[in-house]
Design a protein around this ligand. Structure first.
Ligand code: NDP
Length: 318
């Protein structure tokens, strides 16, 4: 059993935009937050290139640089960043118990900012070209596709939304759906199908992204699963729109999650189990936000979570 000194006032799970904003606020309140960096330190911003829509950066800022600055800002006020993965969590007793491999940390409050991870195809050539023509974020990288021919992968609402959005920049968008039918809602599908700049390929999968040596996407090798026909599509950008996975599986049974595994929240950050609020635990950022998924909205809810922690600890008499 860890001694009393090891009970933290607050632990923040995740070091993306939401977690680090929470850390800045909590640290400035002198709570000495412990930030667990997790599997993808820095979150999705750390795999983005130029971020042009974060207020305060008129010329844009590289995603990794933005994250690095947030880390510096949080540690300057006393946040402790630790490379650790949560292996087990017990929210049934207070203080809450977090298992990090061989270590146990007890904490009076917990901010869950574990984010969501974009789904990828999993091809080595795709992974090698992330940030060099391959992207999972149309809002972040769409501008760079200006005047180019591009591909969007997927057949759900995300893919339709991305394809429609990207017609503002790209001269032509080829939407590649692996199935015959679509998961997208009728209205979104119709909008995409009737758009003059969008073309559809059905029953088609990407076998390889071309341009790994040049570090610049040159095209896609495609396979029609129905006919067995192979072809090459010359495109300068490939956007993935095949969904996101919220990083919340470790909370199954301990927190209310929606059908797709996102943490359900009330008033943005309050969590529950069987509809009953869990005091002292808050969620922020993409792990609870399937709708906006922007750096600035993640930062906003991170701030809210930290302010609620402060209030909660005050009520506890800390
Ligand atoms: P969905 O799960 O609805 O769709 C995922 C799509 O990606 C499917 O077409 C699926 O194909 C395809 N896919 C999955 N894995 C692969 C793979 N490895 N290779 C190729 N294709 C793949 O996810 P979305 O993100 O589109 O939507 C999630 C939820 O969010 C939905 O409820 C949606 O309605 C909602 N949403 C709403 C929006 C809006 O209203 N504006 C915008 C975005 C999302 P297959 O069918 O073959 O499995």
């Amino acid at each position: 059993m860890p001694d009393q000194n090891e009970i933290r006032d607050t632990v923040i799970l995740g070091s993306g935009c939401a977690g680090l904003t929470a850390a800045i606020y909590a640290a400035r309140s002198n709570l000495k937050p412990l930030v667990l960096e997790g599997h993808e330190p820095g979150g999705q911003l750390s795999i983005t290139t130029l971020v042009e829509n974060f207020p305060g950066w008129p010329e844009g800022v590289q995603g990794p640089e933005l994250i690095e600055n947030m880390k510096k800002q949080a540690t300057r006020f006393g946040a402790e960043l630790r490379m650790a993965h949560l292996t087990c969590v017990d929210l049934t007793k207070s203080p809450f118990e977090l298992t990090l491999g061989k270590d146990t940390v007890l904490t009076r409050s917990l901010i869950i900012a574990s984010g969501a991870s974009a789904r990828w195809l999993g091809l080595p050539s795709e992974q090698a070209l992330i940030g060099f023509g391959v992207s999972s974020c149309a809002t972040c990288d769409g501008f760079f596709a200006s005047g180019k021919e591009i591909a969007v992968i997927g057949g759900g609402d995300s893919a339709m939304e991305e394809a429609l959005f990207l017609t503002r920049f790209a001269t032509k968008v080829t939407l590649i759906n692996r199935s015959e039918s679509f998961r997208a809602s009728r209205i979104m599908l119709e909008r995409a199908q009737t758009h003059p700049q969008i073309e559809f390929l059905h029953n088609t999968i990407v076998e390889e992204c071309l341009g790994v040596e040049e570090k610049d996407l040159k095209g896609l090798k495609l396979l029609n699963r129905k006919t067995g026909e192979r072809s090459t599509l010359p495109v300068s950008f490939m956007f993935l729109g095949i969904g996101h996975e919220p990083n919340a599986t470790m909370f199954k049974g301990q927190l209310d999650l929606d059908n797709d595994g996102y943490v359900k929240t009330e008033d943005n950050v309050f969590v529950s189990i069987l509809g009953e609020r869990i005091h002292g635990v808050f969620a922020c950022g993409d792990v609870q936000d399937r709708r906006y998924r922007q750096a600035i909205t993640a930062a906003g809810t991170g701030c809210m979570a930290a302010l609620e922690v402060e209030k909660y600890l005050e009520e506890l008499g800390r």
